[in-house]
Ligand binder design. Structure first.
Ligand SMILES: *Cc1c(COP(=O)(O)O)cnc(C)c1O
Length: 384
């Protein structure tokens, strides 16, 4: 199900009559937390089987009215993305690799039998919203504007068993402080979940879809019951191979310095292919480290930490960027990674990536997308 037409989606613009006052916005931006505060506007675009994408608009942020029998509320046909916009040191507002998120959005949509959203329109929607709500892009170090594009099935009816004939694309934005409380100096403890699984071969683990998150909550609760911060997911077949930590990808560091070698679990079809994961593989190689995608087992993790071969383990994702893993607990034992605190390779990679985000380092791979000035976006004139 794709729509070849409507590569450019017209966005009408209706501005909020009562945006958050400037002093209140400054107060909210001082300590935004994560995903609690939203900007003044949002973008919506409709899809119908007979019309493709249409009726795109930027409008005031607010509730969406849905019939109680709407497909997404019954059968969870939904996909989403998460990416960030940053205010760089030279004042430019940029988004990080939005094209990569647009491409993944459509891979997720295909798996969930949903129509593709044109990648150019995905990036234009981001330009439009961030351009309009640019005053919501925080200035403080480590802060950013988190962007949440998503698509939901909007057909009314309980029949199920077939894809919806209509969809809604939505983009909202939320100023974000550093994700992990206590900052980046802290490392987390992880629970190796022996029974529950996040994803299985042929399933939806590769897709960024809401149902994966709902299915993962019980595992996260089990991690807490075992005194751990986060759950680590193992393969569904044997519970032997390491897949992900919570909603982040994992990296294992063998050795140190320029001799360091990174290993991240290969994309087996049950892992979410993180943009941060892909970015860090590239940065590590740029820094002269070896970085491999390979299977890694729980036994190798434990033995590697006990022998000292594995010096660091960290998790990565857009929201928290890079988080060190300090302690591991399983049904049969527990062990420390290194001395339990964030190690030098973890810190170096995190600092390098955030320096690119904020424009303190050059961007040799073209990852930085400068937000177009909203008045310069050509197809915006039509106000309704
Ligand atoms: C989004 C997500 C990640 C991280 O992906 P990024 O593109 O790096 O933010 C990792 N695992 C899961 C399950 C996710 O949903």
């Amino acid at each position: 199900m794709t729509t070849a037409h409507s590569a450019e989606i017209q966005l009408a613009r209706r501005l909020s009559a009562n945006p958050v006052p400037a002093d209140e916005r400054r107060r909210l931006l001082a300590e935004p937390g994560f995903g609690r505060v939203f900007t003044d506007h949002m973008v919506m675009v409709e899809w119908q089987s007979d019309r493709g994408w249409h009726d795109g608009r930027l409008l005031p942020y607010g509730p969406i009215a849905l019939d109680p029998a709407t497909a997404v509320l019954q059968y969870a046909q939904q996909v989403f993305e998460g990416l960030k916009a940053y205010r760089q040191v030279n004042g430019a507002i940029v988004a990080f690799r939005p094209e990569a998120n647009a491409a993944r959005f459509n891979r997720s949509a295909a798996r969930m039998a949903m129509p593709a959203f044109p990648e150019a329109a995905f990036v234009h929607a981001i330009d439009a919203l961030v351009g309009q709500d640019h005053e919501w892009v925080p200035e403080a170090a480590g802060h950013s504007l988190y962007l949440r594009p998503y698509m939901i099935a909007t057909e009314k009816g309980l029949a199920g068993g077939q894809p919806s004939s209509s969809y809604l694309f939505v983009l909202i934005a939320s100023p974000a402080g550093p994700y992990v409380s206590g900052g980046q100096s802290r490392s987390v403890s992880v629970w190796l979940e022996p029974e529950l699984t996040r994803a299985s071969p042929g399933g939806t683990g590769e897709a960024k879809t809401a149902g994966n998150y709902a299915a993962a909550l019980a595992g996260q609760l089990r991690a807490h019951e075992h005194g751990c911060d986060q759950v680590a997911w193992l393969d569904a077949g044997e519970h032997r191979l390491v897949e992900e930590m919570g909603i982040m990808n994992l990296f294992f560091v063998y050795g140190t310095g320029v001799e360091a070698r990174l290993v991240t679990p290969r994309l087996s079809g049950t892992l979410l292919p993180g943009v941060t994961r892909d970015t860090l593989l590239t940065i590590a190689r740029d820094l002269g480290m070896r970085a491999d995608e390979a299977p890694i087992s729980v036994d190798e993790w434990q033995a590697g930490c006990e022998s000292g071969q594995i010096s660091e383990v960290f998790a990565c994702g857009t929201a928290a960027v890079v988080t060190a893993v300090g302690t591991v607990r399983s049904a049969t034992g527990s062990w420390k990674v290194g001395d339990g605190t964030p190690g030098p390779v973890t810190t170096q990679l995190r600092d390098h990536l955030t320096a690119i985000h904020y424009g303190n380092l050059p961007d040799p791979h073209g990852w930085i997308h400068k937000i177009a000035d909203s008045v310069a976006v050509p197809y915006w004139g039509c106000i309704r």
